[in-house]
Design a protein around this ligand. Structure first.
Ligand code: PGA
Length: 274
């Protein structure tokens, strides 16, 4: 059994309309209702606080997704709904942005920060990830903070130095045990995202072990040992069990394979069995 909490988190990116969101939850619900082993393993894992399941729909689908989850009659009612991105200020003249207090009003207290697509296409830097995560933790949010190297950086032998900068420049200076319990790291090699290329078990474990070492230098060993570090990048039901078996991998942040209820349901089941 894994010693840290496992997260099975689905990032829908700019996919699924409101109607498709509702359909997704309806069919996930029927899969779970029809499959008592899936239902009972998620119920047990949730009760024992071993597994957290999360989905990150688009901003437009947050409210419908919250309503769907609230209406679930199975253990799926424990699914956390989170925002893919959140501004660090609580309100103001920031066109196109959404704040933590607006999300909290919907009951959303979970956010991704620093996804590589935010970094690549929307100017996110280590400096802006730092203020987002600091602000969200101070507002009581749980944060999944994403890091990872590009293909060019890996080929140039810079993977560890990039991870070091993303951790040292991009995460809060210090954490309390309480704020630390609400910070999760997702290691997502950019070259593996949406490409069908998954990191090999050796590459994933090597990077995860380094992430944990860097966290331990920054926050102390006890804190680092408690923090979940998720893997992301072309996770599927086929490769998830191998990834979950790695000592420093504590779950997955999944894009493509989280869009279909049957594959997401399988990933949840695998997380519960890890
Ligand atoms: P992918 O996306 O699973 O489609 O590779 C992962 C992510 O971007 O979080």
């Amino acid at each position: 059994m894994k010693k840290r909490k496992i997260w099975v988190a689905g990032n829908w990116k700019m996919n699924h309309s409101v109607g498709e969101t509702t359909q997704f939850f309806e069919s996930l619900q029927s899969t779970f209702s029809a499959n008592s082993s899936e239902e009972s393993s998620l119920r047990t894992a949730t009760l024992e606080n071993r597994v957290s399941v999360a989905l990150f729909p688009s901003m437009l689908s947050l409210s419908p997704a919250m309503n769907c989850v609230k209406g679930m009659k199975t253990s799926l009612s424990s699914i956390h709904i989170g925002s893919q991105n959140t501004h660090w200020e609580t309100k103001g003249a920031f066109t196109g942005e959404v704040s933590g207090s607006q999300l909290r009003d919907l009951g959303v207290t979970l956010s991704l920060v620093g996804h590589s697509e935010r970094r690549q296409y929307f100017g996110e830097t280590n400096q802006t990830t730092k203020i987002r995560t600091e602000s969200l933790l101070a507002q009581g949010f749980t944060v999944i903070h994403c890091i990872g190297e590009t293909k060019e950086e890996r080929l140039a032998g810079q993977t560890f130095s990039i991870l070091k900068a993303q951790i040292n420049e991009g995460l809060p200076e210090s954490l309390t045990a309480e704020t630390g319990s609400r910070l999760i790291i997702a290691y997502e090699p950019v070259w593996a995202i949406g490409t069908g290329l998954t990191a090999t078990p050796e590459q994933a474990e090597e990077a995860h072990a380094e992430v944990r070492r860097l966290l331990s230098v920054r926050y102390g060993e006890a804190q680092a040992n408690d923090m979940s570090v998720l893997y992301g990048g072309s996770v599927t039901p086929e490769n998830f069990p191998t990834l979950l078996a790695l000592p420093n991998v504590d779950g997955g942040l999944v894009g493509g394979a989280s869009l279909k209820p049957d594959s997401f349901g399988k990933l949840v089941q695998m997380g519960c069995q890890a």
